[in-house]
Design a protein around this ligand. Structure first.
Ligand SMILES: [Zn+2]
Length: 319
């Protein structure tokens, strides 16, 4: 099956043409300063049209389009249910109608982290597993679940996709979701500058000389012996590991796939999470495997074909 695929992020949209588990071609669209989803969609359509033309294909050669969106999405009705300060007009858009009118194709939209998990399950690190949790550690924290080969969605489409908002600290930092002490509020890219600045000893730390602290700088400073950086890094490792245990207790996976920008430091993160999980998770059947994601930024694109092939009720969208 050939499909069009779009992964809409906070600052970029990754647009691609896929055939089964292969990305034929993809292009990143810069969305910096764009807050309106309709503007995003018209730019995405333009890029897809060009990519299709460049390969001397037409939209008729594709069975559908899959869209990943960074918010709560009900893929059964093709709509964004709720946003978190990104493209807040998206719930007003009927994406299925847009796909038909703009591209002449069936469309399915899904939460971006769920779509990435579908990709890793179909053609990446979770290929041979039916029960999978994927954590994405980056600007935010994604935590999504697949049980018995199917994405977990739930009554209001928010089951199994809010793993970054598991409570980690009961009296912790305010989160963008409205809760307190979520894993994401305690150990994500957007929260990191505030966490570092409020950490005791920050004024004497090498981090105080940086205009904006990200995880690459934090891990570097920690390796170079900066005490505050080491303490904050170790705290983040702990939060991620605690979140992993929560996800295991909630969803009973065989494997946790970890991806996201922070995984540049996979050599530190994976062994830490693995040993913590093997020590503290209650899994009498054995040990949950901890694996790095394989598809990086293309995971959601590779999720397009399985999403479009998925049956809703008794009907496959593209049959
Ligand atoms: Zn939260």
């Amino acid at each position: 099956m050939k499909a069009l695929a779009v992964d809409i992020g906070g600052t970029h949209a990754n647009c691609g043409l896929v055939e089964n588990d292969r990305v034929l071609v993809h292009e990143s669209v810069d969305l910096a300063g764009t807050t309106n989803i309709r503007t995003v969609l018209s730019r995405v359509a333009e890029v897809l049209r060009r990519l299709v033309n460049q390969r001397s294909l037409s939209f008729h050669d594709f069975q559908g389009i899959a869209v990943g969106f960074p918010g709560l999405v009900d893929s059964r009705i093709g709509r964004v249910v709720s946003t978190n300060k990104k493209y807040d007009d998206a719930p007003e858009v009927d994406f299925t109608v847009w796909g038909r009118d703009a591209l002449g194709l069936p469309l399915r939209i899904e939460n971006d982290a769920r779509l990435a998990l579908l990709g890793e399950s179909y053609g990446g690190a979770a290929r041979s597993f039916s029960d999978v949790v994927m954590m994405t550690l980056g600007t935010g924290i994604g935590g999504v679940a697949m049980i018995e080969g199917r994405l977990l969605r739930g009554k209001h489409a928010q089951a199994g996709c809010l793993g970054g908002h598991f409570p980690a600290v009961f009296n912790g930092r305010p989160c963008t979701c409205g809760a307190i002490g979520c894993a994401e509020a305690e150990a994500s890219g957007w929260a990191l500058p505030g966490i570092v600045q409020e950490f005791p000893g920050f004024a004497e730390s090498s981090l105080s000389k940086l205009s904006h602290v990200d995880f690459r700088q934090l891990f570097e400073a920690a390796v170079n012996g900066d005490k505050v950086a080491q303490a904050v890094r170790d705290r983040c490792l702990n939060i991620w590991a605690v979140d992993a245990v929560g996800l295991i207790h909630a969803y009973d996976p065989e494997v946790i796939v970890i991806g996201g920008g922070v995984m540049e430091s996979a050599n530190i993160i994976l062994p830490y999470v693995e040993s913590y999980v093997h020590k503290y998770a209650w899994t009498p059947w054995g040990k949950v495997q901890i694996r790095p994601a394989e598809l990086a930024n293309n995971a959601a694109l590779v999720g397009a074909v399985p999403l479009l092939s998925e049956t809703i009720g008794h009907t496959a969208l593209t049959s």
